[in-house]
Ligand binder design. Structure first.
Ligand code: GUN
Length: 284
């Protein structure tokens, strides 16, 4: 079997075209959705991610502002900036690019963001609402994965999904979202002994550990959907995921490439959450 390639770029383009119409409709009501991004320090990967987020906002008419703070700025400087953005009526979404420098407490920072502007879906109010099945904002990467599965009509209910990874950004919310849709979910992580015992049974595997070649064709069931969330940079500068793409492709039913699979969808879901936040200001 040669797997169908799950094209996150193409699905993103389709969704962004629809989103641009929603932004136009908001503009008719004199609302311009606004996203503020806080970037602390000079982590090269974070700088690339933030630049891509800004470009994506520009492309569909969302106003974006990047607030750059030096790597040794105080925690209270970040908190002050967030309080200012919380009360700025032109800002509908606030995002603090992670990771933060070690001297800044992630939880303190994420929890000062108003839940109604938490377009990353990381605030504990939004995480709690996700657990009970009524979240306003879902974290962007797992939200994007769900959209990809739906776009390719990959069944979720009654299927066995294996999530590899236990991060707050991907692994944990991914498992909850699949569970909410009726999958039987196994949550593994980088320390799971004999991972293939789980992955060989899986109809859907989401790999989100950040380790090259963690999953290969011998570890997966014929016809399974393999979703690769990993982004790893090799010594030669190229980007690869967590999955050995070529061997997986000859066994799986669906596989996401890296780059061009989940990555574009993460940003698209950030746009979706920011637009939704702006739309909610009309409803309220
Ligand atoms: N760092 C890596 N992924 C993410 C993300 O989805 N949101 C934020 N804020 N930081 C990240």
């Amino acid at each position: 079997m040669i797997a169908e390639v799950v094209d996150g770029k193409l699905v993103s383009q389709k969704l962004r075209t629809q989103m641009a119409e929603r932004v136009d409709n908001l503009r008719l009501k004199e609302i311009k959705p606004g996203l503020a991004v806080i970037l602390v320090g000079d982590n090269p990967a974070s700088q690339v991610y933030v630049r891509n987020k800004v470009r994506a906002c520009d492309s569909i008419g969302i106003q974006s502002t990047v607030i750059r703070l030096s790597k040794d700025c105080s925690e209270s400087a970040v908190l002050d900036e967030l309080m200012r953005l919380n009360s700025d009526p032109n800002i509908n979404g606030i995002l603090v690019q992670l990771p933060l420098p070690n001297h800044i407490d992630d939880n303190k920072v994420l929890e000062i963001i108003k839940p109604e502007k938490d377009v990353d879906g990381f605030h504990k109010v939004n995480v709690g609402a996700m657990v009970t099945g009524n979240a306003q904002f879902y974290p962007c990467t797992p939200h994007g994965v769900m959209k990809l599965l739906d776009h390719y009509n990959i069944a979720i209910e009654g299927r066995h999904a294996v999530v590899i990874g236990r991060s707050n950004i991907v692994g944990k919310p991914m498992a909850l979202m699949l569970l909410e849709r009726g999958a039987t979910v196994s949550i593994c992580n980088s320390k799971t002994p004999d991972l293939s015992v789980f992955t060989r049974q899986a109809d859907i595997v989401v790999a989100a550990v950040g380790r090259v070649n963690m999953l290969n064709g011998e570890m997966i069931k014929s016809g399974a959907a393999i979703i690769d969330v990993g982004i790893n940079r090799l010594k030669d500068g190229s980007l690869v995921g967590d999955v050995d793409y070529e061997s997986a492709r000859s066994v799986a039913g669906f596989v996401t490439p890296v780059p061009g699979g989940v990555g574009p969808m993460t940003i698209t879901m950030l746009l979706e959450n920011t637009i939704r936040s702006a739309e909610m200001t009309i409803a309220s």
